[in-house]
Ligand binder design. Structure first.
Ligand code: FNR
Length: 372
């Protein structure tokens, strides 16, 4: 269908299911085991209800913010997703260009299909990009990559901590990964030998170090001045440890349901993290010094605003943009971001919130969320 008939981010998924090559669909859409967490990621937002305010002049509403000190026209960023060229020949460049047009931040994945430098070169002057790091067993490779990224102007490093081993994504495993040279699909040449018999995810991930430990954090702090954020935290205990080590923040995430099945949705984790960090360290959120991010299942501005109300600085969005460019290239991502802008304007007006500062915890009833 023409883009004008695509009305929301769910629509992109339904279209992608039909138009995408089976292998690419299997890699993008798959999740771990029985895919329960993947399903719950979005469903968790259904358990949060609004308490909007009325009779506030909402002629002008503004949903721009700052993420780690950098301006963003939306309280969301394009999160890291590997293998962009499986879905479209321009791969992650579609995301870089749409991010520039809409004033949002792109997190470049370690396993991008386009090379890291290509994605940095494609950015407009002043465009902010972050980097997601899979830590290599050979730390010298990671060190070089991180220091190169810092030199190239990357503004923050998101270290993925929820993937010491890749989850079983059976839909993907049933597909054989046939690219002759893995560099054809991952521009960053992180891996040496590749087992192609069990799907794309297995084929590209053998370099990731399962030995990564809290003890390694000071080493990362010694090799870069970029703010460090842990991506894939799932309980307040680990969030507290990250704060105590002086990190800049954490992403409450279960990797889009692709790692440990029966992990909770990021939005559920957010509730316990804000509560315990307030009780134990006196922190209030959103907090500039220690920023909380959430990803997984975010499909509408309504979802984003719930996370903001509960203390998140911003949220990450993954699959919807993959489905958008797989079906429509750059124009798809452009349209997806425009839909989100339109939804923000309407939602903020209906909530009675003129700025994101006015989207407060009192505005949501989250009492039916499970919380440890
Ligand atoms: C991911 N994700 C991911 N995360 C990461 O740290 N490094 C990576 O290389 C990837 N690759 C990747 C590929 C694909 C196809 C998907 C769908 C996801 C996880 C991603 O950053 C994020 O946590 C989730 O995608 C968020 O959930 P939604 O928005 O996809 O529901």
């Amino acid at each position: 269908p023409p883009l004008s008939e695509v009305l929301n981010l769910h629509d992109f998924e339904a279209i992608a299911r039909v138009v995408m090559p089976e292998k690419a669909w299997a890699y993008y859409s798959s999740a771990a085991d029985d895919e329960i967490t993947n399903r719950e990621n979005h469903a968790a937002y259904h358990r949060i209800w609004w308490r909007p305010r009325i009779l506030r002049d909402v002629t002008h509403v503004d949903w721009s913010t700052k993420i780690l000190g950098h301006p963003s026209k939306l309280p969301l960023y394009i999160t890291a997703t590997a293998l962009g060229k499986l879905g479209h020949p321009d791969g992650e460049l579609n995301l870089t260009r749409a991010a520039a047009k809409h004033g949002v931040i792109q997190m470049i994945p370690t396993l991008s299909s386009c090379s890291f430098d290509e994605l940095v070169d494609a950015a407009e002057p002043g465009q902010v990009q972050f980097l997601q790091l899979y830590v290599n067993k050979d730390r010298e490779i990671s060190k070089k990559f991180v220091q190169h990224a810092e030199k190239r102007g990357i503004k923050a490093l998101f270290i993925t901590v929820d993937a010491p081993q890749l989850g079983r994504r059976e839909k993907d495993m049933r597909q054989k990964f046939e690219a002759e040279d893995p560099a054809e699909v991952t521009g960053n040449k992180q891996q040496d030998k590749v087992d192609r018999s069990q799907g794309a995810a297995r084929a590209i991930s053998s370099f990731i170090d399962p030995g990564l430990d809290w003890k390694d954090i000071p080493w990362f702090q010694s090799i870069t001045k970029m703010p460090l954020i842990l991506k894939g935290v799932q309980c307040w205990e680990d969030a507290l440890q990250a704060y105590d080590l002086g990190l800049a923040g954490v992403v409450l995430s279960n990797h889009g349901g692709r790692q440990l099945d029966f992990s909770r949705s990021g939005i559920e984790i957010l509730v316990e993290v804000t509560r315990e960090l307030k009780a134990r360290r006196g922190l209030t959120f959103p907090n500039e010094k220690f920023q909380l991010f959430v990803d997984g299942g975010v499909r509408r501005a309504n979802d984003v605003l719930k996370a903001v109300a509960l203390g998140a600085t911003a949220v990450g969005v993954g699959r919807p943009f993959l489905y958008a460019f797989s079906s429509y290239g750059f124009e798809g991502v452009d349209h997806a971001l425009q839909i989100l802008h339109d939804e923000f304007e309407m939602n903020m007006r209906l909530l009675g919130a003129r700025t994101l500062e006015e989207v407060k915890p009192e505005m949501v009833d989250a009492s039916s969320l499970q919380s440890h």
